[in-house]
Design a protein around this ligand. Structure first.
Ligand code: 8X3
Length: 258
């Protein structure tokens, strides 16, 4: 039976690159995100790499919808072997916290923290921690180097969400001892390629290209390869965390463009 990978934010960037890479490896790939049309387009590229791809429009902050979605996947494809909690965004930089909109703060927290928690809850409960499904699996939380190091002004909400992801991963790793569930973290630094992360971060799509001036970013495919390395390590090995940052990135980039 083919392995199944479930990727949040799978319609673009790191999520899509990971979906394509695992499709090439013969996995069945589920990609979820809010934009159904974008997912369908991404699914075509993912299937072109050889594996089956199932795009599902889903708001990962909606606990009920998440549980139904995982139920559907397990019903059809029996189990989830790998979960990649990739969906995440930063908004409102470089404004300081008190100038950010409540809406932006809630969107970031709901996606980055609630989304990660809800999807993980459903996947553990309905697949990975179920002995009849094998009692095994690998969870990869796509954190950020900002999970360890405070970013420059304007990213209090994003930093909070990524430190939460680190804390969550550490606790979950302890809790799942005794099962064959691995909880692992990938911390990307400055990522370029086709992600629109930086344009969203600055609320300025045009700015996406400017942010890379003078610094060659890593690509989303580089991050996907790190995910592959963690997943392909023997089951007895938990590569607990891996940082994937540009060689030229000595510290966090400034997002202050004024
Ligand atoms: C974002 C990492 O280096 O772009 O998660 O601030 S960086």
């Amino acid at each position: 039976m083919a392995n199944v990978i479930f990727i949040t934010g799978g319609g673009s960037g790191i999520g899509k690159a990971t979906a394509e890479l695992f499709s090439e490896k013969g996995y069945r790939v589920v990609i979820v995100g809010r934009d159904g049309e974008k997912l369908k387009r991404a699914a075509k590229d993912v299937e072109a790499k050889g594996g089956e791809c199932w795009p599902i429009a889903l708001d990962i902050g909606d606990a009920k919808a998440v549980h139904s979605c995982i139920e559907e996947v397990v019903k059809k494809w029996t189990k989830i072997d790998v979960l990649v909690n990739n969906a995440g965004l930063a908004l409102g930089s470089p404004k300081p916290f008190h100038e950010q909109t409540i809406e932006d703060i809630q969107t970031v927290i709901n996606t980055n923290i609630m989304g990660t928690l809800m999807v993980t809850h459903a996947v553990l409960q309905q697949s990975m921690m179920k002995q009849d499904k094998g009692g095994r699996g690998t969870i990869i939380n796509i954190s950020s180097i900002t999970g360890l190091e405070a970013p420059p002004m304007g990213e209090a909400t994003y930093h909070t969400s990524k430190t939460a992801m680190e804390g969550f991963s550490n606790v979950l790793r302890q809790e799942t001892i005794g099962s064959n569930v691995r909880v692992l973290v990938v911390r990307p630094g400055f990522v370029g390629g086709t992600t629109n992360f930086h344009g969203n971060r600055l609320n300025d799509k045009e700015a996406e290209k400017d942010v890379f001036e003078g610094l060659e970013p890593v690509l989303e495919t580089d991050v996907a390869k790190a995910v592959e390395y963690l997943v392909d390590a023997p089951e007895r090995v938990s590569v607990k965390a891996i940082d994937v940052v540009p060689t030229a990135q000595r510290s966090l980039p400034t997002v202050d463009r004024q």
